[in-house]
Design a protein around this ligand. Sequence first.
Ligand code: UDP
Ligand code: CA
Length: 356
Amino acid sequence: MGLSTPVLGFGDQTHRLIVVKRRGMESYSLLDAPDDTMQQGQGLWNKLSSGLFGKQKSSSSSSSVVKHEDDDKIHVFSLASGHMYERLLRIMMLSVSRQASRPVKFWLLENYLSPAFKAMAAVMSARFGFEVAYVTYKWPHWLRHQTQQQRIIWGYKILFLDVLFPLHLKKVIYVDADQVVRADIAELWDMDLQGHAYAYTPFCASREETLGFQFWRQGYWKDHLQGRPYHISALYVVDLQRFRQQTVGDQLRATYDQLSRDPNSLANLDQDLPNYTQHAVPIFSLPQEWLWCETWCSEDSKSKAKTIDLCNNPLHKEPKLDMARRVISGKLFNHSWVQLDSEIRDVATAAGLLHE
Ligand code: UDP
Ligand code: CA
């Protein structure tokens, strides 16, 4: 019998990897900023992604700018679980594509979508002229799990943006399923995020009766934010190049893992996390009109609203579909929610698909 080795611990071992740049490559940046990458094409990241994922490459050009068929489209990410959110998602997709001045491609999280939704999405894609692609990702075993369905969905909304999409995708706009878009999303797509990895709209503060529910205005959150705004997560623009290069995904996951040790923390997971992390990952604040929600924004500001979210109202907790029928109607809208809903139902009926 040989000598047995004592077990010293059950934790993972940490390995520190020391690397050096090759001779002659000392002045090259490993992760160029996106603009530099486009000009020089010298960054390792650019070389890897263009070599592995680029479809067309100019053979002689020293600038080696990679053009992909998706480059001229507007990419919208969303997700839904359950019958009601699938119904809302169809309406969101119709409202976005109808106002958009450029082709739109939707990237939907496949994990929770029903076969009936996917069949209908294919019909809508042909009928309304947008594209639909599906992305999927399995929550990694090393990241703290969530057990409540709603919190799992919120996790997928924010935690895996760096790994969900193909590398050729440079930007994506996340839009909640319960949202109706009234403006040209190309305007948001073209907005200069001034070097930030992502952009969110600050919460409205124009509805007096709900100001008391804005918990970030006092106590712990007020101290933590140090004057920075608290943003709503119903819509956000992600510069995926910067997001990946600045390893924002890792920073968000590390912060999530640390904070979620306390089950009372991150009550609004997808929203609290980027707001909390603002010191390390600054948020570009979008103009207020990009997110109107009746709970927090005044009636006066509704006419300027570019998107409308049916966000929960802590005062009367009105069901979302009732709120949709009531809020998205009247002279401000070319199409009321009821009209959009019945238009989609007619398309489903004509295609022999039933979703009610
Ligand atoms: N969502 C979902 N299933 C759920 C809860 C949320 O699919 O059970 C998705 C859906 O895209 C929704 C988003 O997560 O729009 C955010 O949740 P919600 O809009 O209900 O939040 P609220 O606007 O009420 O704050
Ligand atoms: Ca919402």
